[in-house]
Design a protein around this ligand. Structure first.
Ligand code: ADP
Ligand code: MG
Length: 599
C-alpha cells in the first residue's frame, strides 16, 4: 500500500460491512441461522415452532421458522434488523438475571446481511388486525408494508451467503448440514419440552415433539422407548442448584459424549465440565472408554451463570463450579445406586438364524479377556484348583465387616457353572441370572481393599521374600510407585540394580503359595496404560482386585459358586466390576418364553 501522508488511510467501515463481519461470528453455517431464529421464537413465548429446511443438490438453500409467539408491531419489525436492537436487556446489569436466550441484538441484523430475509409478523392479542412484512436483502431494507398474517412471526431466509462466496464454499454437503440442524434441535427440544417442535426437510417430517410437562415424553419421542427403558431419574435440590432429568443405566452407553444433553436454565449448552461430572458420577460403573447417555436440566441461580462468553452462547461460565460439579456427580451416583442395575437381556436373540442381532441401543464393547480360554460345558475341577479357590473365597469372607443394610440383589440359588466362568442362578422371583465369577469376585475384593483405609492390618509379611528382576525402564516406573504400594500393604525394597525384594503383601491377597501373582501385579503396574482420571491408589486397588480374584476358567464347585453369589449380594455396587463391565445379566421367564416363541 502506498503511503500517502496527505490522506488518511483509516476509514470507518459502513454498517453493511460491519454486519457482514459480525455475521461471521454468529452465522457460521445454516444450523446457526436455525438456532438464532428458533431461540427468538422461544424468547417470544411460542407454544409451537415449525422449521422448514429446503435443500438443493448444492446444499441448503433456504430455511423458514414459523412461531405462534408474541409477534411484533410494525415499528419493532423494522427495528429488529438494526444491529444491537433488542427488547431483552437495557443495561449490562440485566445480564446477571437473564432469562431469555438472546440479548445481543445482533442475530437478525447479521443473518439479513448475508441473505435475503422476509419477516412476516403480527402481535398477539393487541387488536392489531393487519400484519407487517419486511424484506431485507444483503443488509438493505427492500420492502415494508402491511400484509395478512396469523399471530406470531414467520422468518424466511433465502440465498444464504449469496454475497459472501467464501462462506458459501465452506458449506458442507447437504446431509452434513441437515445433521447439524438436527443435532441442534434435539438439544433445544430437550431443553423445552413445553414447546412443540416440528422440523421438515424438503417437506419430509424430520423431527417432531409434542408439548408436554414431562421431559421423558420428549426423550421418548426423539430417541424411542428403548432408550427410555434404560433411564433412571436424577433429582437433587440445593439452594443454588436444582438438578432434574434422567441418566442411563450402565447397560446403555456410548463411545462418545454426544448424548450427554445438558440444559442450564433451559439453554442447551455444551459443557465438558458437566459431562465430566456426570461421568464421574458413574465411578466404576462404566468402563473407562465408555460414556453414559443423560438428559439433565439444571436450574442454577442466574448470577452464577455467565452466558456472555461466547458469540453463540453455546459455552457458559459457571461460578462456584466445584460445588456445581459435586452436586451433579452426587445426584448421578445416588440415582444409579438406588436402582436395580442388572442388565436384562432383550429378546428375541437370534440364536440360530445367523443374524448379527445388532442392537442400535445397547452397544456392548465390553469384552472379557479370559486368562485361560475356558472350554464350554462341564469340566472337572482339580484338587489344587479347588484349594486355591477356597483360599480366595475364605479371604473375602473373613473380611466381610458389618453387612450393609440395603442389599440390592435378590436371593439367588446356584444351578451350576458354565464354561468355568459363568455362574447360573435362579432368583426368588424365578429369573435366570448369569454371573461372571471373575468380575463378581473382583468387585468384592475391590470394595474390601477400598474399605480398609489406614492401619497395619492391611499388610502381611512373606515368610520368604520374593525377588523380582525387571528391565531398567520398568524398574524406574516401579521405583516411583513404591510409596503408593506401601499404602496398600506392599513392602518393596530396592535390591541392587533393577531388582526388588518384596517383603510383604496386602492381607486381602491371602497366604501366597504361588508367587506368580506378585509378578502379575507388578507386570500390570508397569505395563498398563493408566486409565484416564484414575489415580495411583485406584489403579493399584484395581490391579490387586483383578489379580487376587478367582480367575475366569477356574472350575468351581456348586458350593463355591454359592459363596461367590452370597458375597456379591453384599457389595455396595454389585452390578459392575471395578472397570465398569457388568458382573451379571438376567433373563426373565417372559424373556425366555418370547425367545422360545411360547407367547
Ligand atoms: P436478540 O434476540 O438478541 O434480542 P435478535 O436480533 O435475534 O436479537 O432479535 C432482535 C429483536 O427482535 C428481539 O429482541 C425481539 O424483540 C425481536 N424478535 C426477533 N424475533 C422475534 C420473534 N420470532 N418473535 C417476536 N419478536 C422477535
Ligand atoms: Mg435472538
Amino acid at each position: 500500500m502506498k503511503n500517502n501522508h496527505n490522506f488518511s488511510q483509516i476509514h470507518i467501515l459502513d454498517q453493511v460491512t460491519v454486519n457482514q463481519i459480525a455475521a461471521g461470528e454468529v452465522v457460521e453455517r445454516p444450523a446457526s441461522v436455525v438456532k438464532e431464529l428458533v431461540e427468538n421464537a422461544i424468547d417470544a413465548a411460542a407454544r409451537s415452532i415449525r422449521i422448514d429446511v429446503v435443500s438443493s443438490a448444492e446444499g441448503i438453500v433456504n430455511v423458514r421458522i414459523i412461531d405462534d409467539g408474541c409477534g411484533m408491531t410494525p415499528a419493532d419489525a423494522l427495528l429488529a434488523f438494526t444491529p444491537h436492537a433488542t427488547s431483552k436487556i437495557t443495561r449490562i446489569d440485566d445480564l446477571t438475571h437473564i432469562r431469555t436466550l438472546g440479548f445481543r441484538g445482533e442475530a437478525l441484523a447479521s443473518i439479513a446481511s448475508v441473505s435475503r430475509v422476509t419477516l412476516t409478523t403480527r402481535p398477539h392479542a393487541t387488536g392489531v388486525v393487519a400484519g407487517t412484512k419486511v424484506v431485507v436483502e444483503g443488509g438493505i431494507i427492500k420492502k415494508t408494508g402491511e400484509t395478512g398474517a396469523p399471530e406470531g412471526t414467520t422468518v424466511l431466509v433465502e440465498d444464504l451467503f449469496f454475497n459472501t462466496p467464501a462462506r458459501k464454499k465452506f458449506q458442507k454437503s447437504k446431509n452434513t448440514e441437515i445433521s447439524h440442524i438436527h443435532a441442534l434441535l434435539e438439544g433445544i427440544c430437550l431443553a423445552h419440552p413445553e414447546i412443540s417442535f416440528r422440523m421438515f426437510t424438503d417437506q419430509n417430517e424430520h423431527l417432531v415433539t409434542d408439548r408436554s410437562p414431562r421431559i421423558l415424553d420428549t426423550i421418548a419421542r426423539i430417541y424411542g422407548s428403548d432408550v427410555v427403558k434404560e433411564l433412571v431419574p436424577v433429582s437433587l435440590s440445593l439452594p443454588f442448584i436444582k438438578i432434574s432429568g434422567y441418566t442411563s443405566r450402565p447397560s446403555l452407553s456410548r463411545k462418545d459424549a454426544s448424548r450427554l444433553m445438558i440444559a442450564i436454565n433451559q439453554r442447551y449448552v455444551s459443557s465438558p465440565v458437566i459431562t465430566g461430572a456426570i461421568r464421574e458420577g458413574y465411578g466404576t460403573l462404566l468402563p473407562k472408554e465408555r460414556f453414559p447417555v443423560a438428559f439433565l436440566s439444571l436450574k442454577i441461580d442466574t448470577e452464577l451463570v455467565d452466558v456472555n462468553v461466547h458469540p453463540t452462547k453455546k459455552l457458559v461460565r459457571l461460578s462456584r463450579e466445584n460445588e456445581i460439579v459435586q452436586a451433579i456427580r452426587e445426584s448421578v451416583t445416588t440415582a444409579l445406586l438406588s436402582h436395580d442395575l442388572i442388565p436384562a437381556v432383550r429378546p428375541p436373540l437370534p440364536l440360530l438364524t445367523g443374524e448379527s442381532g445388532k442392537d442400535a441401543v445397547i452397544e456392548p464393547g465390553m469384552r472379557y479377556d479370559l486368562t485361560t480360554p475356558a472350554s464350554s460345558g462341564v469340566s472337572e475341577s482339580t484338587h489344587a484348583g479347588t484349594v486355591t479357590t477356597d483360599r480366595q473365597l475364605r479371604q473375602t469372607e473373613l473380611s466381610t465387616g458389618i453387612l450393609p443394610v440395603d442389599v440390592k440383589l435378590p436371593l439367588m440359588e446356584v444351578i451350576g457353572q458354565f464354561g468355568g466362568i459363568y455362574i447360573l442362578t435362579t432368583t426368588e422371583s424365578g429369573e435366570l441370572v448369569l454371573i461372571d465369577q471373575h468380575a463378581a469376585h473382583e468387585r468384592i475384593l475391590y470394595e474390601q481393599v477400598i474399605a480398609r483405609t489406614g492401619g497395619d492390618h492391611r499388610s502381611q509379611e512373606l515368610i520368604v521374600p520374593v525377588i523380582l528382576h525387571r528391565t531398567a525402564q520398568e524398574a524406574a516406573v516401579l521405583l516411583d510407585l513404591i510409596p503408593a504400594l506401601a499404602k496398600e500393604g506392599f513392602v518393596f525394597e530396592e535390591f541392587g540394580r533393577d531388582t526388588f525384594l518384596v517383603r510383604a503383601i496386602p492381607v486381602v491377597l491371602g497366604k501366597l503359595e504361588d508367587t506368580t501373582m506378585i509378578d502379575e501385579i507388578v507386570s500390570d503396574l508397569v505395563s498398563q496404560e493408566p486409565a484416564r482420571a484414575v489415580n495411583n491408589r485406584e489403579r493399584i486397588t484395581r490391579i490387586i482386585a483383578c489379580r487376587g480374584a478367582i480367575k475366569g476358567g477356574t472350575v468351581c464347585t456348586k458350593e463355591q459358586c454359592q459363596r461367590i453369589v452370597n458375597q456379591i449380594r453384599y457389595a455396595k455396587n454389585p452390578f459392575t466390576c471395578p472397570h465398569g463391565r457388568p458382573t451379571m445379566i438376567r433373563f426373565s421367564r417372559a424373556d425366555l418364553d418370547t425367545m422360545f416363541k411360547r407367547t
